[in-house]
Ligand binder design. Structure first.
Ligand code: ACM
Length: 525
């Protein structure tokens, strides 16, 4: 076995060549021009740290260099890339910077794992002669971070992006609002756009101070905080430099207590609710017969759309358990139109397929009946993001003694294997209906990035391969072997992961919890 056998996600095509291997040496350079230069800089950052070599970025190529090249004609779409490694050099080609970015992730994995550390000056950096061509199965390959139950700082979000992108994940869905907290600044729009006189500044002044409280999480109460609109722009700019699109979510018409607490006018009695920290779900709702409801949603979605770079605006729609069916339909039918009026494609959890969706809408399937989803995908042409809970919910425990995580999804707890052994094309949906795959991390029990990593890895790696590699290219036993090798890379990056007992890890993670496992109780959600 060598590094060409350990790639995750598994590329479409890998062919070892007969010729001698390539060795990266002290005098090597990285060759790139124009739009390839920022990608070359990112590769250089990783390789300089790992190898200690200077690796200048230059425009001409000579033997022994790594060459990044944008080419016009290319099969496989915008994210595809090809790598050719011979004794004389490494050549990475793609038709876009996104393709090159994907290619440099593969290049990292083609080098020995020591490249992920900072202590490797003695190492020999050899890559076998190989030809790789690679293109993703799905365009949307996502992680959802619930920043509402527990706040994650801008820096932490950027760190999550750094880790996820090595597996070619390209979408970060931020669950910005929920019962417990509101995490995105909404400016006072001025009286002309605010006839009800709603105090929008309270959304973050009051709602931003919320968090979940679960007594066996560590610590019990989640962190407070919010993103200014500038913070949100900064996150997106950083994400874009790593081929990641950010999808913001405002959860409507349930999961809204923080809004009801911030803005009295959203309540039928005109009195603001109290903020609450409970982890329970499905107990709050907007009101269909209040004009302020629609005024509020139009203002919030309008401001959010204006600062969102990507084409998607997620409006939630899940678990509106105290909203009457007619009220749900009345509100969500208007909300999807308000969302579409901003020029964005509206995304919602699959409950929202109960209303007539505007063209270009996206349904995020997480549970329940496929029939409305299939109907909207067929007649309306809506695309689907697949997040079936039992195959993709990253908040779930690995086993009964997991120190954090919840256990509410039927069939759980779940290991990396359940998140690997499934086909997104199911329930009557085919690949052409499916935009992609996303793993949601709800954070009732998560308080920082290390705890998040422990729930994410290795299960998010399973999802990355499900989203990238063709169904026919995937094999559980082989993936288990490749995961084992990956452990060393994650460990060198300082990324904690669950030490799944059925995987033979090349290196062990650091235990991220300060409290010994024997002292963890059960977590009631
Ligand atoms: C969800 O898990 N409520 C989408």
């Amino acid at each position: 076995m060598n590094t060409t056998d350990n790639l995750i996600p598994r590329p479409s095509h890998v062919a070892l060549l007969d010729g001698p291997a390539f060795t990266l040496t002290l005098t090597a350079r990285i060759t790139a021009a124009h739009l390839a230069v920022p990608v070359a800089e990112q590769l250089a950052t990783v390789l300089r740290r790992g190898t200690g070599f200077g690796l200048p970025i230059v425009e001409d190529t000579r033997p022994g260099d790594i060459t990044l090249e944008l080419v016009e004609a290319f099969d496989g779409g915008a994210e595809a890339y090809a790598i050719s490694v011979t004794e004389g050099g490494v050549r990475l080609t793609a038709s876009t910077a996104a393709g090159l970015f994907n290619g440099i992730q593969t290049l990292r994995q083609l080098l020995p794992a020591a490249v992920e550390g900072a202590d490797s000056s003695e190492h020999t950096w050899v890559i076998p002669a190989v030809e790789i061509f690679d293109t993703p199965r799905f365009a949307y390959r996502g992680l959802m971070l619930d920043v509402a139950r527990n706040f994650f700082t801008v820096e932490e979000v950027k760190e999550q992006i750094d880790v996820m992108t090595q597996f070619k994940l390209n979408t970060l869905h931020l669950h910005l609002t929920d019962d417990q907290a509101w995490r995105i600044e909404i400016h006072d729009p001025g009286s002309a756009r605010n006839p009800s006189g709603m105090p929008y500044a309270n959304l973050t002044a009051v709602g931003g101070r919320g968090a979940v409280e679960v007594h066996t999480a560590m610590p019990a109460r989640g962190r407070e905080g919010f993103y200014t609109q500038q913070d949100f722009k900064d996150i997106q700019a950083y994400a874009a430099s790593k081929n990641v699109l950010v999808v913001p979510e405002i959860d409507l018409p349930g999961h809204v207590n923080s809004a009801l607490a911030a803005i009295p006018q959203l309540n039928p009695d005109g009195v603001a609710k109290a903020m609450r920290t409970t982890a329970e779900v499905g107990w709050s709702t907007l009101s269909a017969n209040l004009p302020a409801t629609y005024e509020f949603v139009r203002e919030v979605l309008g401001q959010l759309a204006a600062i969102t770079v990507g084409p998607y605006l997620h409006i939630g729609g899940d678990e509106a358990l105290v909203t009457g069916h007619d009220e749900y339909v009345e509100m969500v039918q208007q909300f999807v139109r308000i969302g579409a009026d901003t020029g964005k494609s509206v995304v919602g959890w699959n409950e929202f397929a109960a209303v007539e969706l505007p063209e270009g809408s996206v349904i995020q399937y997480w549970h329940g009946d496929f029939a409305p989803v299939v109907r909207q995908a067929g007649e309306g042409g809506s695309k689907v993001i697949m997040s079936p809970a039992a195959n993709s919910y990253l908040d779930q425990k690995y086993n009964d003694s997991s120190p954090i995580g919840l256990q509410w999804v039927e069939g759980g707890p779940f290991t990396w294997a359940e998140y690997y052994n499934w086909d997104p094309a199911q329930g009557g949906l085919e690949d052409h209906n499916i935009l992609g795959v996303e793993g949601p991390l709800w954070t009732e029990t998560v308080r920082n990035n290390q705890q998040a990593y422990w729930l994410l890895y290795p299960r998010l790696v399973s999802l990355a391969e499900v989203a990238w590699s063709g169904q026919e290219a995937r094999n559980t036993g082989d993936f288990r072997r490749r995961l084992g090798a990956l452990g060393e890379r994650l460990a060198k990056q300082g990324v904690t992961f669950q030490e799944a007992p059925d995987v033979e890890w090349a290196a062990k993670p650091d235990w991220p919890f300060t409290t010994p496992p024997s002292q963890y109780g059960t977590i009631e959600a």
